[in-house]
Write a protein that binds this ligand. Sequence first.
Ligand code: WT7
Length: 648
Amino acid sequence: MSDNIESVLHEDRKFPPSPEFSAAAHISSEEQYLDMWNRAKDDPAGFWGGLARENIDWFQDFEATMEGEMPETKWFVGGKTNACYNCVDRHVTTWRKNKAAIIWEGEPGDQRVLTYGDLHREVSKFANVLKKLGVETGDRVTLYMPMVPELAIAMLACARIGATHSIIFGGFSADAIADRNNDAEAKLVITADGGWRRGKEVPLKKTVDESMERSPTVEKVVVLKRTGGDVSMIPDRDYWWHDLMEGESADCPATELDSEHPLFILYTSGSTGKPKGVLHTTAGYLLGTTMTSRWVFDLKDEDTYWCTADIGWVTGHSYIVYGPLSNGATTVMYEGGPNWPDEGRFWEIVEKYKVNIFYTAPTAIRAFIKWGDEWPNKYDLSSLRLLGTVGEPINPEAWMWYHKVIGGENCPIVDTWWQTETGGIMMSPLPGVTATKPGSCTTPLPGVVPDIQTETGESLGANQGGLLVMTQPWPHMLRTLYGDHDRFLDVYFSRIPGRYFAGDGARRDEDGYYWIMGRVDDVINVSGHRLSTMEVESALAAHDDVAEAAVVGFPHDLKGEGICCFVTLKKGDGSEEMEKELIAHVRKQIGVVATPDKIKFAAALPKTRSGKIMRRLLRDIAAGRESAGDQTTLEDVSVLDKLRASDE
Ligand code: WT7
């Protein structure tokens, strides 16, 4: 990538919050924000130390707020706390004991409400179950579950005893589960018979069974009964959740853990090699998600808050479970698809529970637009007071639709930029302060000091595209890649020494607002989730008939980016059958999340004289564009013409 990325987006509209919204907000003025931001920049230890003592309950106070330079900064050193205690126990000694913690709706229409008191009992019981199964502080536990309350219960139970959870999204395959089990050396897997998705059962246990053939570290499997579908249970390995819970004691005090005790691992795609096990630790992550939930979503006790993400992604970890619960909020959790039984499902849920704060992804918003205004218009959405988005840049048209049709021109929109690695929101409007511009994630939160730099680490001026970096550590940043600290240093801290860089290009406008311009590495953003083109390539290359494959993203109306695979076969020209077979093959290797949108067979791929595939040219072909850039390094120009011809 060149240092200066050209920006083509121009957007002049500005939407300030209403005076009423500002007056009632946790952060309500520009002065207050700037005061916090400057304090955090100049004295991070003072700023975060103060917040940690005010907002987190400690078994033992910490001695030092921060120790060591980025990337090795340790936070709240010497302190002892517990994330589960902060999300659950501290509320049950207050009036919140009988407040709804989780309002859950299953896809078939079943409902459950768990109060903080209920959550405390269930989590304590399940923590005892984990102990009896031999899970100890420091062990890793894999969770492969549907979006049901037991997923949150299992996470919190792990956190309660200091077991590190590794949640795998239900769209991943058996192979992907086995890879993650092995990388984390997981001792236990928690799953369900299945989950509901668009009226069909997703057979989770069956997939786990397949993964177990290649998961030698896993000793036991706990199975929640959700769908009632057929499963085979292996004696002395598989246990029903309800059998284990029956008669279990609800007395299980939270373990006192060091601030830096590993809370969870979450695997995410990188541009090379196997998935990266992003590790987050206890106190810093908890503080970060607690504060950002309050600042960005302006969470109040009266609010019904709904984040539509799946807990299998970081958004669900931070903004369905840890952040909202630490604040004692009411968080809505929905199991299934947005278009089941029809395209009005989300709006029906908003009306039914009178949701006040709604957080979703641009890819979902584009689907809502396509489905038509009649769906949201059928329901009363007047309870909404704040909207949010995450996962990819939101195009201004989608932003305006969200603002008008869902928000009734009445709700601030928080476009939140962050990553699995950052643990929590880094840049976002503050809903009571920031005048928003459609398509911009606006300004950094207190404690976040970003910059736009060249490859050599020079700061760029207004409206110059470059690399988005962080110049100061923050409490909720990842601490390492599990089992591979060298890779952690290499991936995030070597491109510009002393800076955190996780792969996005951006520019800052004349008002200091940030505009994310997308990834600069071989990572594509499909429906708001990162996928490595390299991983899809190696999956394809593992097929017996494939000689070579190159995978690129292309603009996709709904998904943001689609997956286009260029494949050279060992023999033959490819057929519709082979196309289907390769698609099925990738799904088996990685999972439905990586389903290719297009497979293009080619006798040869465009390469440089040194043999490097020229993905830039393939991206043009996939997008149906003329290639404007330099082609002089191409070894055989006729390859391109053939590829284009085959596209027609
Ligand atoms: C990548 C992180 C953070 C939870 C969901 C995805 C892109 C995320 C925005 C936004 C523009 C965004 C970036 C980032 N991204 N939010 N508001 N505007 N781009 O987490 O899988 O770790 O992906 O998503 O490219 O690097 P993730």
